[in-house]
Design a protein around this ligand. Structure first.
Ligand SMILES: NC(=O)c1ccc[n+]([C@@H]2O[C@H](COP(=O)([O-])OP(=O)(O)OC[C@H]3O[C@@H](n4cnc5c(N)ncnc54)[C@H](O)[C@@H]3O)[C@@H](O)[C@H]2O)c1
Length: 374
């Protein structure tokens, strides 16, 4: 496979930036920064595990192009995405020195990208940001679109800013060290993109789920690039989530609630989204929007990727509170993102409460995979 498989342009407001997808993109990081017009020093904030696996390739790629690089680590995992870690990153940036012409480079999964991105958005009132995502979820989702931030004890992602990166470098080879469970959780977001926006991508995914889990290189790079492209198109239409960007919430209404009631500790984000997509497809089918055959296709793909289709043991009533508190619920009215078929999406505010109750009851009692209709 060629080193650079795809070079995409992401547009957000007046801003446009490249997203480069390929197999040896880390080695070319310096050349890509120069091409993007970034000429100052590089301040790398790295997930410590990602750095251990792939940091040397990035460092070499930057230094060979003459960049002055300093790096620091943040601990691995969601619990690091907080004010204390952010404060340490600010201290470090101010200690090693950072100027408006320098850039902050986030190297790691979505946790690192969000936190380092927020540091870049706020230090000196904003310095350029380069996203170098090293998890599948971060490559297809978190690194694209400019959302940055940290968690607060009262909830996830409650403090943050929109700060578009100047460049995104997605090295598919970096995914080789990702645990299979993290990989499957990342594929859940790709299934989401395909289900709402691209029937052809959906067909490609459902034809070879095993190849996705084995990370067949050409397929993986193609699916990642297409997902980035799709997210980029949505962000271009609605950078600040006024309406259109809400479609990306497919599976997330129930998914976020599952994460909240389980303390973000039982399911990976993509796993919770997978269950949420099963729930959303049941709602869509019962509302006459989605055919039983297409619902079965979606759920079969989710199951084939080894993702959960239900969350037995949770209390359906407990899921309501976080759903209504979600910052995207307007005046306590839920906007449901439903998929009338692969590649189609509809925002609906008229889903009957009794139907949601029935679906939540089903999801919390079913142990079948893929599930049968309610
Ligand atoms: N900004 C956005 O638009 C957006 C979108 C979706 C999710 N997010 C955020 O992203 C976060 C989740 O991201 P994530 O799933 O990448 O989790 P993560 O950043 O916690 O990474 C998952 C695990 O993989 C490890 N890791 C990273 N790269 C690796 C590699 N190449 N090999 C082996 N291990 C590696 C990490 O150390 C961590 O243990 C959440 O905080 C979520 O809120 C943000």
């Amino acid at each position: 496979m060629a080193a650079v498989e795809r070079r995409l342009e992401i547009r957000a407001g007046s801003h446009a930036y490249p997203a480069v997808v390929g197999s040896n993109v880390l080695e070319q990081a310096g050349a890509e920064l120069a091409r993007a017009g970034l000429r100052g020093r590089v301040r790398v904030v790295a997930d410590e595990l990602a750095w251990r696996c792939h940091g040397a390739r990035l460092l070499e790629g930057l230094q060979v192009a003459g960049y002055a690089v300093a790096f620091t680590f943040i601990p691995s995992g969601e619990t690091a995405k907080n004010l204390a870690t952010l404060s340490e990153v600010y201290d470090w940036l101010l200690k090693v020195g950072v100027e408006r012409g320098d850039c902050v480079l986030a190297f790691g999964g979505g946790v690192c990208g969000d936190l380092a991105g927020f540091a870049a958005a706020t230090i000196l009132r904003g310095v350029p940001l380069v996203q170098v995502p090293t998890t599948l979820l971060a490559q297809v989702d978190a690194s694209i679109g400019g959302k940055t931030g940290i968690d607060h004890p009262r909830g996830k992602n409650l403090i943050g800013a929109f700060h578009q990166p100047r460049l995104v470098l997605a090295d598919v080879g970096a995914l080789a060290t990702l645990p299979r469970r993290e990989l499957a959780a990342g594929w859940a977001e790709v299934v989401k993109m395909a289900m709402i926006l691209d029937a052809a991508l959906f067909a490609e995914l459902e034809a070879q789920p095993a190849a996705l889990l084995d990370m067949e290189p050409a397929l993986t790079a193609r699916a990642i690039a297409r997902s980035i492209e799709l997210k980029g198109q949505v962000v271009a239409e609605d950078e600040r989530e006024a309406e259109r960007r809400m479609v990306l919430n497919y599976g997330h209404t129930i998914g976020h609630a599952i994460e909240a009631v389980t303390g973000y500790d039982v399911f990976l984000h993509g796993e919770a989204v997978a269950i949420g997509m099963v729930g959303a497809s049941l709602l869509a089918e019962r509302m006459g929007l989605l055919s039983p055959a297409d619902r079965a296709r979606q759920d079969a793909l989710i199951a084939a990727l080894g993702l959960p289709c239900s969350c037995p043991g949770l209390r359906p009533e407990a899921l309501w509170m976080p759903m209504l508190q979600d910052k995207k619920a307007r005046s306590h009215r839920l906007t449901w993102v439903l998929a009338p078929g692969p590649g189609q999406v509809a925002l609906r505010r008229d889903v009957p409460t009794s139907l949601v109750d029935a679906v939540l009851h089903y999801l919390t009692t079913s142990t079948e995979s893929p599930p049968v209709p309610v």
